[in-house]
Design a protein around this ligand. Sequence first.
Ligand SMILES: *Cc1c(COP(=O)(O)O)cnc(C)c1O
Length: 337
Amino acid sequence: MINLLSDTVTRPVPAMLEAMMSASVGDDVFHEDPTVNALEEKAAAMFGHETALFCPSGTMTNQIAIKTHTQPLDEVICDELSHIYRAEVGGYAFNSGIAIQLIAGRYGKITAEQVNAAIKPDQDWLPKSSLVVLENTTNIGGGNYYTLEEIRPISQLCCEKGLALHLDGARLFNALVETGDTTKETGAMFDSISICLSKGLGAPVGSLLIGNAAFIRKARRIRKAMGGGMRQAGYLAAAGIFALDNHIERLRTDHLHAKMLGEAIQKNSAYENLRPIMTNIVIFDVRSPRNAETLLNHLKSNGVVASAFGPSTVRLVTHLDVSEEMIARAMQILEHF
Ligand SMILES: *Cc1c(COP(=O)(O)O)cnc(C)c1O
């Protein structure tokens, strides 16, 4: 089977499993898991922040960040395609009692001008704009990425206006291998950063929330309240350390594979509206009278799994468990639809 459903489907490679099985562990609720502590220190140092918090999922790191940065009746500003809006069950309202101000960006990306126009004036009858969230790379936006030069004016604006800036960096390393921007430069732009270890980096479970000590102290209490305090989580953290040490540079291969899939799509007039392929996500439409379902059935009967992103829209995601041979085969299957 060739699984292009998501980059979350990867299984630990043997060396990662080895690292997990030989991890030293303790009770992380008491700060006593040495491997979790090492992972948190490593991630914080990479981004030039003071500390970090290991959590079960990227949804949890984002939700904890939103809760930590806001008060009820505040408002978060983000792109209308954001994961925090479209794929986290409306958790911003449920967990934090806040409103959301959406911006119609471009492939999931927003600009400082748009953010500036979205910030609400201080009035009794309006929610208070207190947080901006950027997503890099953009998921529903099709794997597009921000450069540091695009982020800097947004970061400066948030500073000037007293808003916090959080990065949903579920696929941040996919962006950084393309832009060449560093983790330290990126860290300096944001008050908090969430990264996923369980996407392209190939760990089975886990995300990190990164920030300063006071922020993470508060975030740690909220993690516990959400039921995310884990005990011998070092077995999972060991996979995260392995992922950060071994699986960042290879993301370029996934991007190359995505571009190859794009070439096959462009060869067949059954498809249209192929979105720019910037990283490891390929989004395109199936031309009428056929639709996403007919293509997914064709793919499935040939051993390829993908997902529908709308009635005529299909998404393919490349990752660690998709080899060059599998890409060659998937290209043939896409061309023969
Ligand atoms: C996957 C993802 C998350 C977090 O997802 P979990 O499945 O909860 O780990 C957050 N933001 C973006 C953009 C994502 O793609």
